[in-house]
Design a protein around this ligand. Structure first.
Ligand code: BQZ
Ligand code: CA
Length: 693
């Protein structure tokens, strides 16, 4: 804050020159400066897509000895070969950096979120930080694709082991893995897929976590069960291959319908709220398809997971995965995750808050440092997003409605973007080559980025003031803040409430920077800081004027969460959705963006897709669709005792590193194993039991 204030004073002095003279130098739009290079150690080793995994039967299967001794021989579990599908998912040794692993040990995560409950399909978060990623297996998988060249990338098979397109491209027949079981031994099949689709995605009263809606898979798309292991998609467009990405983590991860359905209002007397809250954090042993099952929850302390004895993946020697017996999720803060990882008290972190870069780099550089730290591409970015709905989303009052009308005014948006000193914002997080000027739009780290198609309105406070005046705002009472025109919101000072995620130091730092810089422009910003869960709920219900949000996959990979690039449906955009009854009131340039995204989704031609994204970038940055603040690289911090961590894994691209490192095949060599297990030689109990078996 101090250095921002000093900049403020300097700018104040400059203001003594008469304003009209300065207007003559109002800047012209240009392209963003070439970002500085930074010490990115991690070089990705690219591989062919089909070198990662396959589905096949193996001659013999194995499990940890203690599972055989304590559970199979005691008649508590069937033999491992009867717990596996006919053709399990087999990870190929050639793609495993350190080859076949051994059983044992734990991965100790630290997370900044808190679990609301286990009902992911009804929109409950488990606290993020890899916990839902580990629990939820989805039809396809994309995170490991960071190691596959963009041209021959297609989602990996997962619960859907293969798929065929009809000749006309409007039907997709998906074949599910056969004989896989939930962690409580109940078969997984098409009924689980159909419950998620019919009673969670398509039910307007249910909003699955990570925002899957009917539009996610294309407007008018239908899905039906053919038999226990076959489902059939029908699309309006021909060959919309893009939707295979939306069938990966976040948006198509079916839950255990045998446990969920009885609680759903369609099949019980429950309200939708009772359904959503039917599995509170205290409910242990929720059946999962993931590699580990929650067996212990201590509020504000820790969640412990134990290996799933029915996990349906193996290595090429037939060893049932995962190798690691236990996962911890210590319930702390995101900043503490970095500290614990570099100190060796935790095992994993996505270093994504620049405030921790210097201290983390220093600790990781020490000779006896317990953790490796490697930067990846510049894929962490922040945008200031404005609520564009002027037809009732979030039920604004008169002041709020007036702000939304301003947000829809391009002169106003240009004033805001030109008043941002992005260099100062980046430096306020961390000095050095890491942060880059980011005008908004696609991340510079994605393969679809084209700098020449990116319109950047450079920092120009005087030019910004001129734009603000063009938007009809003047400081009519001389207190330094512009007022609404007389007759609007009482002609009072424009006061904008900005929604911020309090769980991150970086979000708060950027928010304070924006408040200080908007003050110089003459705009009064008031912060509404909430924790991640409350921030998400407030945002998705449209109750905000402005919002600072870290970028998600649509801007860092483009092919993941693609529908979030523009308001293609009533509930797909981060900051522009339809009111309860009605349409999204798209502005003309937004209509262009929607058309481009729809064309992109149904195009299989890589050149056309690249060209469409150049058009998207040009239109969205020229019209200031979202207002970039800064972007920088993230670094993966992993304790050195772990093997099978792919070199150069980015902390975020198609998904977070918790998914990309493929934790189920990560192991600790026997001579490096630590005694961190809290429930050694124990297995998950029955659904709802108080703890392990
Ligand atoms: C990574 C991630 C794994 C969500 C969340 C959190 C939520 C958002 C976002 C990140 C956390 C970590 O991000 O910051 O490094 O471990 O969990 O899911 O920010 O508030 O809603 O989109 O992924
Ligand atoms: Ca005023």
């Amino acid at each position: 804050m101090r250095n921002l204030r000093s900049i403020g004073i300097a700018a104040g002095l400059a203001l003594s020159v008469s304003v009209p003279a300065l207007n003559a130098f109002a800047s012209e739009p240009t392209v963003p400066p070439v970002p500085a290079t930074f010490p990115a150690e991690g070089k990705i080793k690219y591989v062919a897509r089909d070198s990662i995994l396959e589905f096949k039967a193996l001659p013999a299967y194995h499990e940890p000895d203690w599972v055989t001794e304590k559970y199979v021989k005691a008649g508590k579990l069937p033999p491992v070969k009867d717990r596996l599908p006919k053709e399990p998912l087999v990870f190929k040794t050639g793609n495993m950096p350190d080859g076949i692993g051994v059983y044992g040990d734990t991965m100790r995560h630290v997370i900044g979120g808190r679990p609301e409950g286990w009902n992911y399909g009804a929109g409950q978060t488990q606290g993020w930080g890899g916990i839902d990623i580990g629990l939820s297996e989805c039809l396809t998988r994309t995170a490991p694709l960071f190691q596959v060249e963009a041209k021959d990338t297609e989602p990996l098979p997962n619960l859907a082991k293969s798929w065929d397109w009809s000749a006309d491209g409007h039907k997709l027949t998906m074949h599910l893995i056969e004989g896989a079981k939930w962690s409580d031994g109940v078969p997984f099949n098409a009924d689980d897929v159909m419950f998620y689709w019919d009673d969670e995605v398509m039910d307007p009263n249910v909003s699955p976590l990570n925002g899957a809606t009917q539009e996610t898979f294309g407007v008018g798309t239908t899905l039906k069960k053919i038999d226990d292991y076959t489902v059939e998609w029908t699309f309006k467009d021909a060959f919309p291959k893009q939707h295979l990405y939306a069938m990966a983590y976040g948006t198509f991860c079916p839950g255990p319908s045998h446990i969920l359905k009885p609680q759903h209002p369609k099949y019980s007397k429950n309200t939708y709220d009772q359904f959503k809250n039917a599995f509170p954090p205290e409910y242990m042993n929720i059946p999962v398809m993931g590699a580990w099952v929650p067996v212990e929850y201590r509020a504000d302390d820790i969640i412990v997971m134990r290996r799933n004895p029915y996990y349906w993946k193996v290595d090429e020697k037939g060893n049932q995965l995962p190798y690691l017996n236990e996962l911890h999720y210590k319930l702390s803060t995101w900043a503490d995750r970095d500290v614990q990882a570099v100190a060796g008290a935790g095992d994993f972190s996505n270093l994504e808050q620049p405030e921790n870069f210097v201290a983390s780099l220093k600790r990781a550089a020490e000779p006896n440092a317990p953790a490796r730290l490697a930067f990846g591409p510049r894929l962490i970015g922040y945008n200031l997003r404005l609520n564009f709905s002027a037809n009732g989303w979030g039920n604004p009052d008169e002041r709020g409605q007036a702000i939304r009308e301003l947000n829809r005014n391009e002169d106003f948006r240009k004033a805001v973007t030109m008043a941002l000193d992005r260099k100062a914002l980046g430096d306020s997080l961390v000095k050095g080559p890491f942060t880059a000027i980011y005008p908004g739009g696609l991340s510079s780290g994605t393969s679809f980025y084209d700098r020449k198609s990116t319109v950047y309105y450079p920092f120009d406070l005087e030019g910004a003031k001129a734009e603000l005046a063009k938007a009809g705002l003047k400081d009519t009472d001389g207190d330094g803040f512009v007022n609404f025109p007389a007759g609007t919101a009482g002609g009072k000072n424009v006061e904008i409430v900005m929604l911020v995620n309090n769980d991150y130091t970086t979000d708060k730092s950027l928010a304070e920077g924006v408040v200080a810089q908007m003050e110089k422009l003459g705009l009064r910003i008031v912060l509404n800081g909430l924790n991640g869960t409350q921030r998400d709920a407030t945002q998705y219900s449209g109750r905000f004027d402005w919002l600072i949000r870290r970028n998600e996959q649509e801007l860092t990979s483009v092919v993941q969460n693609t529908v979030q690039l523009a308001p293609v449906g009533p509930k797909t955009s981060w900051d522009h959705r339809a009111p309860e009854s009605g349409e999204v009131d798209l502005m003309p340039f937004e209509k262009d963006l929607v058309d481009i995204v729809n064309k992109f989704v149904s195009s299989a031609d890589n050149n056309q897709r690249a060209s469409l994204m150049r058009d998207f970038q040009k239109i969205s940055t020229e019209h200031v669709y979202n207002i970039g603040l800064t972007e920088y690289p993230g670094a993966l911090i992993i304790n050195k005792r772990f093997s099978n961590i792919p070199q150069g894994t980015p902390i975020f691209m198609f998904n977070w590193a918790e998914d990309s490192i493929i934790r189920e095949r990560v192991f600790v060599a026997a001579d490096k194993q630590a005694k961190y297990e809290l429930f050694p030689e124990e297995l998950p109990g029955k659904p709802g039991d108080k703890g392990p078996m």
